[in-house]
Ligand binder design. Structure first.
Ligand code: ZN
Length: 139
């Protein structure tokens, strides 16, 4: 008998990504910053994608950014998702981007250039960074 896992996929941290997920568990959004060229990047890699240096460190971000692109998903890829929902690329103020969800708003109201801030989605024992409209930025 086959067993179908009907839960939402959750992160599978590895040696490089574990600090990110550990920080997320305590509601801190972190990213790598290269000590050679000074730029941020995401997702974490062994080497900086800008200059190939391997000397980088984790840094905590403010969790604020701008919607770079967004799409509304109307058909769940598998059980565990509740369409309609938004998949977006958010440009973080620290200079890198992050693929995420925008929540807490009508999915069709999300717009490119909209200011958003991080909030946290708990999926079982995992905590995922998602974004919501930044009310302070819109005020
Ligand atoms: Zn670099």
């Amino acid at each position: 008998m086959n067993t179908i896992d009907v839960s939402r996929p959750v992160p599978q941290p590895n040696e490089v990504t574990r600090p990110f997920w550990d920080a997320a568990a305590s509601h801190r959004l972190v990213h790598p910053r290269c000590r050679s060229c000074g730029r941020t990047f995401f997702p974490p890699h062994l080497c900086c994608p800008h200059c190939r240096a391997s000397d980088w460190a984790w840094e905590e971000g403010a969790g604020r950014g701008t919607v770079h692109s967004a799409t509304v998903v109307h058909r769940a890829p598998q059980p565990g998702f509740a369409p309609p929902y938004v998949i977006a690329v958010v440009d973080l103020d620290e200079g890198h981007d992050l693929m995420t969800n925008v929540v807490g708003v009508d999915p069709h109201a999300v717009r490119i250039g909209q200011r958003v801030r991080v909030t946290w989605l708990e999926v079982g024992e995992h905590v995922l960074p998602v974004f919501e409209p930044d009310e302070e930025a819109d005020a």
